[in-house]
Structures are given as C-alpha cells and as structure tokens.
Design a protein around this ligand. Structure first.
Ligand code: UDX
Length: 473
C-alpha cells in the first residue's frame, strides 16, 4: 500500500454526516520532523475523514509552502525570533528555541485564534470543533482552556518515547510497574539514557520542556500518535492507564499521503534515477534528518567508513550539516576517486521514495522517528546512529525490541566500525542478516494490515473522527 487512494476512508461511525463536522485549527511546531506529520494529519482529516474546513496557524519560522495546500486556510503569527536567531537554529539550540517560542507565541497565537473564532460566528459558519496542536506547543492548552475550545495533541515521536522520557529524564518510577514496558525500558543502556538529554542544551530547560509537554498532554482531550498499536503494544497499554484521555495511534501518516509537499528543502530527483541503475537491495541509504550536524572530523569518518564498506551508497549531505562547511568542502581528498560510481551524494532526497526503491537495501539513520517509521513501512533494515532526544530510544527499539537493525553509536573516530555495521546488515550468508531482513518484512506486513479496513490504525482513525465530532455537537 503506498498512496492515499489505497487507504480506505474512515467513515466515523455515529457522526457520518460530514456537513456537521466542524472546523479544525491545526498548529504545527516549525521543524521539518514536526511539520511533515502535522500536514499529513491535516490531509488525512480532510480527504479521508471529511473535515472540509481546516485552518493551519503557523509561525514565520519555517512557514509551510501554502501553494501545495490550496485546500487549507493558512494564518501566520509572529514568533519573535530575529533573522539571526533563526539562522543559528541547530541541534544545540533547538530545545531552547522551543522553550522561547512557548512564551513568545502566547499572545500572537491567542489573538489569531480569537479573531478566527469571532469570524466563524460573524459568518455563521460551522463552529471550530477543536484545536490540534503539536505536543511540544504546551502553552496552547491554557489558551484553549481560556477560550473553551477542546485541544487534541499530536505527538510526533514514538509512543514509547513518553514513558522513556518520564522515567529517564524526569525520574518517575510509575512506568516501571508495567511488566512488558519495564522489560523494554530496561534495554536502554546508561549511554542511551545519557544521550536523551542533549548536552548542548541547558539540562533544566530540557526537563522543563518535557515536564510541561507531558503535563499539558494529560490535560488535553485526546492524543494522536504517528504510530500503530501492534508496533508499541506495551507503551500503548501503559499510556492508556496513565493518561486517562483517549489515545489514537492512527499512523503511519505517510502511508496516506507522502511528505514531499511539506518538504522545506528541494528534493533531488536525480537520486531516484541513480538508484534505477543499481542492483536490487545493493544500496545503503544514508541520512541524518533535518537538524543533526556533524563535525568535519566526523564527516571524514563517515566518508571513509562508507568507502571501507565496499557497499554502494546514496548519501544525503544537507547543506550546513557539516559544521563550518557550506556543503562538501570537507570531503576528504581522494574519496570521490576511491568510491567512483559506487556512491551518490545529494543535498536532500525524496526519502520515502528512496526507501521504497528496490535498490535500497539498508538505511544508515540518526533514528529520528519519521525516518524510523518510513523505513519500517518499506521493510528496510537500519543501521542506527542516534544523536539525542528521542533518537536513542527509537534506535534501541529498532535493534533490541523489533530487532530490525544494528546499533552504530561508536562510529565517531572509528571508521572501521562503520564498514562492519554495514556489512552485518547486508551479509546474506549469515543468520543475523537474513533474520533481520525477514523481521523487517514481517513488520512491514503488520503496518499494511493495521491500515486496512478493520485494522487497528483504521479503527483508531474512525474513533478519532467520532471523538472530534462528539466534542462539539
Ligand atoms: C526531529 C528529531 O530529530 C527527531 O528525533 C524527531 O523524532 C522528530 O523531529 P529530524 O531529525 O528531522 O526530526 O528526523 P526525522 O524525524 O527522521 O524527520 C526527517 C523527515 O525529513 C522525514 O520525514 C524524511 O522523510 C524527510 N527527509 C529526510 C527528506 O524528505 N529528505 C531527506 O533527504 C532527508
């Protein structure tokens, strides 16, 4: 299953008359890994669930390309960030920026929402049923409360990430009481736990953000997750008991609509033409997402590691992702000559198409949640090099819970390890490589079942539609 047309529409049992579906207001966090799922959700609710009137409120920072979404209304708010601070956003600063935005956006967001609600009354339009905001926009709960508007949260990371954060960042013990979840959380090593909190950010600021996110999610009218129940059974059970609000794991969203239209960077289609020329399952796709950065020395290690693997590779090097370089200036001398036609480097790729391509045999990833889910959906095993935040948690689930990948968290200054990890995933003379590939395919099959009529994600979407309709009517 790969396109919107193939995923059946969710009728929404008791509230089937779409004329009575109210309006929705959506508020994405302005980062690529959050914009993609929110706009995909908007598309799902519009095309699959009959919500015809959707407004997207967005910040000036990373505003979405409106021309790709003529079906939605867009309202921009000022975020208080100077051009200079925008240009300095990276892994070191992203949580501080989110903390800042949670304060600077309160007044502009409230003013925008009030105006919109007043307009709806004046024009005698169907009422706004609810606000759907990213979980990290925690300030929006009190704004919604003050306007008597129900708020539903979209959490764009995995479901298991919430108990892991609560346990390892906030020091709560409650999730360790659920035996299956306790077993999964106990797989996290000391190194994993240490890396969740990014050292570049202030530790207090990180904790404050996570605590507020969890607290204000519990106060919401529901939580939507870009995952599916079979993938995260233990976390699903634990959250249902702890949160006491309806939980809707309706993902993976991109199986309904691809993310290309919400891409902030232009996707290089040449990567697909290059893949077309490669043998089946021969290429390792390398990408560390939209925000991670590496030093020049690490970049050089990556390059020589790829060279030593002797595997074909498609490598996304995002401009600015190598500290101190515009793009490829710090590629080691002799590297291109050494790898020749075996490698292709692009600035940004159509990732979902790359992962779905028959030539792609493995994904060396930073284990961002979108990337992890996109790889699972295509049955592609992963080589996981997590940086921080939810990534160490996702990586541990990939390697030790679902067992569809290998961990490569010691690649820095250790280029031989890169070659070894890549070989482990491609080695079809070995049980480990064969079984990893079989488990990846079996999980891919589960995703498809979950999205089909009667599957868990399908039913969750129906329940979500009913829930939204019942909030307002
Ligand atoms: C951030 C966090 O780092 C991540 O841990 C969290 O789960 C979400 O927010 P990011 O680092 O960008 O996200 O990673 P990821 O979640 O994997 O999202 C990247 C998105 O960009 C994916 O949807 C991917 O398909 C897309 N992408 C990536 C492209 O379209 N082209 C590329 O070349 C690379």
């Amino acid at each position: 299953m790969s396109s919107a047309d193939e995923v059946p529409a969710a009728g929404g049992g008791s509230s089937n008359n779409i004329n009575y579906r109210g309006q929705l207001v959506l508020f994405p966090l302005p980062f690529q890994g959050h914009i993609n799922p929110m706009l995909q959700l908007a598309n799902i609710l519009h095309a699959k669930a009959g919500f015809k009137n959707i407004t997207i409120i967005h910040t000036d920072l990373n505003s979405p390309n409106q021309s790709n979404y003529p079906q939605f209304t867009f309202k921009s708010i000022s975020d208080g960030l100077s051009d200079e601070s925008c240009s300095l956003i990276n892994l070191d600063t992203s949580n501080s920026v989110i903390n800042f935005l949670n304060k600077s956006c309160i007044d502009p967001f409230k003013a925008c929402l009030c105006k919109l609600l007043a307009q709806v009354v004046e024009d005698d339009e169907p009422p706004v049923a609810c606000l759907i905001s990213d979980a990290l926009w925690h300030f929006t709960q009190s704004v919604a409360d003050s306007l008597n508007l129900p708020r539903i949260v979209l959490r764009t990371s995995s479901m298991s990430c919430i108990p892991a954060y609560a346990t390892f960042v906030l020091g709560q013990q409650s999730y360790l009481k659920t035996s299956s979840l306790k077993q999964e959380l106990s797989l996290m090593t000391e190194k994993d736990r240490q890396s969740i909190i990014y050292k570049g950010d202030s530790e207090e600021g990180n904790k404050e953000l996570i605590a507020s996110m969890i607290q204000e999610t519990k106060a919401a009218s529901g939580i939507i997750l870009n995952t599916f129940k079979e993938l995260e059974e233990a976390a699903c059970l634990a959250l249902t008991q702890d949160f006491r609000i309806p939980i809707f794991p309706i993902g993976p969203f991109h199986k309904y609509f691809p993310a290309s239209s919400s891409s902030l960077l232009e996707q290089d289609r040449g990567s697909i033409s290059w893949l077309d020329l490669q043998p089946i399952s021969s290429v390792v796709y390398v990408s560390f997402g939209s925000i991670a950065q590496v030093s020049e020395a690490e970049f050089s290690d990556m390059a020589w590691g790829l060279a030593s693997s002797n595997q074909r590779f498609l490598w996304v090097v995002r401009p600015g992702s190598v500290c101190g370089s515009e793009w490829l200036e710090s590629l080691p001398k002799g590297f291109m000559e050494e790898v020749g036609e075996r490698g292709c480097i692009v600035k940004w790729a159509p990732q979902q198409q790359v992962l779905a391509h028959k030539a792609t045999g493995a994904f060396w990833t930073h284990s961002g949640w979108n990337s992890t889910l996109e790889s699972i959906c295509e049955g592609v095993p992963m080589i996981c090099s997590p940086c921080s935040y939810d990534q160490p948690i996702n990586a541990r689930y990939v390697t030790d819970v679902w067992r569809i990948g290998v961990m490569l968290d010691n690649w820095r200054m250790n280029r031989r390890e890169i070659g070894r990890a890549i070989k482990r995933v491609f080695d079809m003379d070995n049980d480990e490589g064969i079984e990893m590939r079989q488990r990846s395919k079996s999980l891919q099959h589960k995703v498809n079942l979950s999205l089909q009529r009667g599957g868990t994600a399908y039913r969750s979407l129906e329940n979500l539609v009913d829930h939204i309709c019942n909030l307002s009517f």
